[in-house]
Design a protein around this ligand. Structure first.
Ligand code: SF4
Length: 383
């Protein structure tokens, strides 16, 4: 399990190592065709700031070699904001006396229909708060079942589950799971996650192993930028990515660097701010470190940044996102989990991407191929 590996990596020593990287370390990393985590540290270090242009060129080159000019498009759907956790940075935390919504099957289906009117979305991300008693695995399985006639690629972002629960959801059409560790700083983790299941650091960090063991096709990772030193956190994520790729090599991986913005909610203010330049730096560094990983930008990021980065490393984007449960059809005015910056419609985003020479792709071809392969295999077994 990754928690055992993480025990061997000191947060403090890693931070020290990143900040002591030199220009020579950066140049060495840029000259390698396959970088290790030590090279990644050099590329995200302050010493690499003056190398942004060559990093951008290299990132663009690797991205186009592996992904062509495609941009995979997805849309998130929050089906409940009911949550038993108390993450200090989130408006859905248990102590917030807000009205809670758990969409009924009929309401969920209305959301699917409303989404299909926005654009030709085939990649759906179903999101929940964490309330296993009221919106647990059977509820998520039902949402997946209902989604199948509308979407070809189904992902979830829900509470970490047991291996057998992930496996069960795979049978209901689940293709991918996204989970944010939020921070890998174990000593500080409970400052942000004081109560509920999310306070259990090991349970969360080892959730990725359980996804791999259950044969989930695609795993998405991320740290919440704004809690701890982002350089150390993304380095820990790079270690985690390499670990998972070694153990679950059939799985496809994606990463995300969601930036918390000042005054995103009235209470918690970010401890660290990642500038736009730093976001570009970490994106280029990740692409140079791993040519194949999907790099995803959500609508948390403003339109100009998403457009700018669309040709330089990013390969997946959400569009026209609503972060309130039932936001597309049922309850368009409910409380958002966070405010989106890029408020353009899916059609406007598609136009902008095409103008930039990108090809927005609404369908995940890997996933569709898997489904075809799976049905062929089932048919062959039945024969
Ligand atoms: S971040 Fe997720 S788990 Fe934490 S309070 Fe918000 S919805 Fe619940």
């Amino acid at each position: 399990m990754f928690s055992d590996e993480l025990e061997k990596i000191s947060w403090e020593e890693t931070t020290k190592a990143i900040y002591s990287k030199t220009e020579a370390d950066v140049i060495r990393a840029l000259g390698k065709s396959r970088c290790d985590v030590d090279d990644f540290m050099a590329l995200i270090s302050p010493a690499a700031e003056k190398f942004l242009e060559p990093m951008a060129r290299l990132s663009k080159k690797y991205t186009e070699e592996r992904f062509g000019r495609t941009m995979s498009m997805f849309i998130p759907l929050y089906i409940t904001n009911s949550c038993t956790n108390s993450c200090v940075y989130c408006g859905f935390h248990i102590s917030n006396p807000m009205a809670r919504t758990i969409l009924t099957p009929e309401e969920i289906e209305n959301e699917y229909k409303a989404i299909k009117k926005l654009g030709p979305f085939e990649n759906l991300l179903i999101v929940t708060g964490e309330n296993p008693a009221k919106a647990g695995v059977p509820y998520i399985a039902k949402a997946l079942d209902l989604a199948k006639p509308y979407f070809s690629n189904l992902k979830i972002e829900v509470m970490p589950l047991k291996t057998e629960e992930y496996a069960e959801l795979v049978h209901h059409g689940l293709n991918g799971v996204i989970c944010f560790q939020e921070t890998y700083n174990k000593a500080r983790y409970n400052v942000y996650h004081p109560r509920g299941m999310k306070s259990k650091f090991e349970w969360r960090v080892n959730g990725f192993d359980r996804m791999g063991q259950a044969g989930v096709h695609s795993i998405g990772m991320g740290v919440l930028i704004g809690l701890e030193d982002w350089r150390t956190d993304v380095t820990m994520m790079a270690y985690h990515l390499r670990y998972l790729q070694k153990h679950y090599w059939k799985t496809k991986y994606s990463v995300n660097f969601p930036r918390m913005r000042p005054a995103e909610n009235e209470g918690f203010q970010p401890n660290v701010i990642m500038s736009d330049k730093e976001l570009a730096q970490v994106t280029f560094a990740m692409r140079i470190f791993d040519h194949d990983v999907d790099i995803s930008y959500s609508t948390r990021e403003p339109a100009n940044i998403r457009d700018h980065m669309a040709s330089l490393g990013v390969t997946t984007m959400s569009a026209e996102s609503k972060t309130e449960p039932g936001g597309y059809y049922t309850y368009p005015q409910a409380l958002e989990q966070f405010h989106v910056s890029d408020e353009r419609t899916a059609v406007e985003i598609e136009k902008a991407l095409k103008a930039l020479g990108r090809e927005p792709v609404w369908k995940d071809w890997d996933a569709s191929f898997d489904h075809v392969a799976q049905s062929h295999a089932t048919a062959a077994t039945a024969r």
